[in-house]
Design a protein around this ligand. Structure first.
Ligand SMILES: *Cc1c(COP(=O)(O)O)cnc(C)c1O
Length: 371
C-alpha cells in the first residue's frame, strides 16, 4: 500500500487498474514490413475523411483561441441531421468522457446502474468512480438479456447502459425488442443507448432486412433515453476524441453543467463537422467492413473456431484455450488483438475487422499458432 492510499476518495479504491488496448506509436503501425497489425481497439483501418483532415489543418491557425464551449455549429448541424433540437444535443470529447459526465450527474453512493456482463469496459469504471454500484446481469447468447435487466431494476436504479451493438461480443438488440424493454422502464431510470457502432449496424441491418434502431424517435418524444454516437469508429477519428449524446433537453442541460469547460477542442469540432458531411467516406468504411467481416468470419470458422455473427467492425471468437496466450503468440507474429479475460470470457478474443491485407496477416498468424 502506497503513501497516498488513505488520501484518495473511496470510489477510487473501488476502481481496478484498467489498461486500454496496448498503445502503439504511429510509427509501429505504418505500412513498413516490420509494422504491427493493430486489430485490438476497433479503430477504422480506412483513416479519417480527407475533408476532416483539411478542416483540422485549417483550424490549427486559430489554436490561440479557446473553442466554442457550446460547439454551436456542430450541434446545430447534428440536430438538423437527426431531426432534434440543438438543446437535445451535447457534444463531448469522446463518448467515454460523456459516460463519465452522465454517471457523475445521475449516480452517487446508494444508487446503482445496470448493464450486462461482458459489455463495454467503461460502464463499471464510470459507475464506480461516481461512488455507485454496477449490477451486471448474465449474458444471454453472448448478448444482452433485457428481461433480466428489467427484473433487476430497483428504486435506487438511475441508469441502464445498453451498448447496441454490444462491445466486445458484436451482438444486436433489434428495434422491437428494445421498444418492449423501454416500455417497462420506471420513471426514475434513464436508459443510455450506446450506439458507437451505429453506422456499421445500420448497414448490416439494411442488408439483412432487420430493423436496427428507432433510437432518435425517443429524444423526439422526450423519453428517458440518451443516445450516444461517436466519431471514433466509422468516421475514423478515434485519436481526436469527439462524440455526442442526444436526449431530453432538460437532462442534456444538466450534463452540460457537469462537463468540463472547453471540453471539446476547436480541432475536434472542425473535424467532426467535416466528417459528418463526408457521407462517401462513411459508406466506404461500412461497405468494406461488411465485405471483409464476412470473409474474415468464414476463414476463422474454417480454422475450427466459433465466431459470433457480427453487427460491428470486430468479431468475437472462442479460441477454446487461454486467450491471453493466444494474444501473446499473435503479438509474436506482429498482430495485436484483445483477449477477453477481463470481461469474464477467458477463452475468447475480440479482433477488429481490418483491410483485406491486414486480415490475411491475422489469419495466417492464427493458422500458424493453431497448428
Ligand atoms: C468505441 C466505443 C465507444 C466510443 O468511445 P469514444 O470515447 O467516443 O472513443 C463507446 N461505446 C462503445 C461500446 C464503444 O465500443
Amino acid at each position: 500500500m502506497g503513501r497516498f492510499f488513505d488520501l484518495v476518495n473511496d470510489p477510487v479504491h473501488a476502481l481496478s487498474e484498467y489498461s486500454s488496448a496496448m498503445p502503439v506509436t504511429a510509427a509501429q503501425t505504418d505500412s513498413t514490413s516490420a509494422a504491427l497489425v493493430k486489430l485490438n481497439a476497433n479503430e477504422s483501418p480506412y483513416g479519417p475523411s480527407p475533408g476532416a483532415v483539411a478542416a483540422m489543418r485549417a483550424a490549427l491557425d486559430s489554436s490561440n483561441w479557446y473553442p466554442d464551449d457550446h460547439s454551436i455549429t456542430l450541434r446545430q448541424h447534428l440536430a438538423k441531421a437527426h431531426g432534434v433540437t440543438p438543446q437535445q444535443v451535447l457534444i463531448a470529447n469522446g463518448t467515454t468522457s460523456l459516460l463519465g459526465v452522465i454517471a457523475r450527474t445521475l449516480l452517487g453512493p446508494g444508487r446503482n446502474a445496470i448493464t450486462s456482463a461482458c459489455s463495454f469496459i467503461s460502464y463499471p469504471v464510470v459507475t464506480r468512480a461516481a461512488g455507485a454500484t454496477l449490477v451486471e446481469t448474465p449474458p444471454l447468447q453472448g448478448g444482452y438479456d433485457l428481461d433480466a435487466i428489467a427484473a433487476a431494476i430497483e428504486p435506487d436504479t438511475r441508469l441502464v447502459f445498453l451498448a447496441n451493438p454490444n462491445n466486445p461480443t458484436g451482438t444486436l438488440v433489434d428495434a422491437a425488442a428494445l421498444e418492449r424493454f423501454l416500455d417497462q422502464m420506471p420513471a426514475q431510470v434513464i436508459v443510455v443507448l450506446d450506439e458507437a457502432y451505429y453506422d456499421y449496424a445500420h448497414y448490416f441491418a439494411a442488408q439483412r432486412g432487420i430493423e436496427y434502431s428507432r433510437s432518435l424517435s425517443y429524444p423526439r418524444d422526450e423519453r428517458n433515453v440518451v443516445v450516444l454516437r461517436t466519431f471514433s469508429k466509422a468516421h475514423g477519428l478515434a485519436g481526436i476524441r469527439v462524440g455526442y449524446g442526444i436526449g431530453p433537453a432538460e437532462l442534456m442541460a444538466y450534463f452540460e453543467r457537469v462537463q468540463d469547460t472547453f471540453a471539446v477542442s476547436s480541432i475536434a469540432q472542425a473535424a467532426a463537422l467535416a466528417a459528418a458531411e463526408d457521407k462517401a467516406h462513411i459508406r466506404f468504411a461500412v461497405e468494406n467492413n461488411a465485405t471483409q467481416s464476412h470473409s474474415l468470419a468464414a476463414e476463422i470458422s474454417k480454422l475450427g473456431y466459433p465466431v459470433i455473427p457480427t453487427w460491428t467492425n470486430f468479431v468475437c471468437i472462442d479460441v477454446g484455450q487461454d486467450a491471453r496466450e493466444v494474444a501473446r503468440k499473435l503479438r509474436g507474429e506482429r498482430v495485436l488483438i484483445r483477449p477477453l479475460g477481463a470481461w469474464g470470457a477467458p477463452t475468447s478474443v475480440r479482433v477488429t475487422v481490418g483491410t483485406a491485407e491486414q486480415n490475411q496477416i491475422f489469419l495466417h498468424a492464427l493458422q500458424k499458432i493453431s497448428s
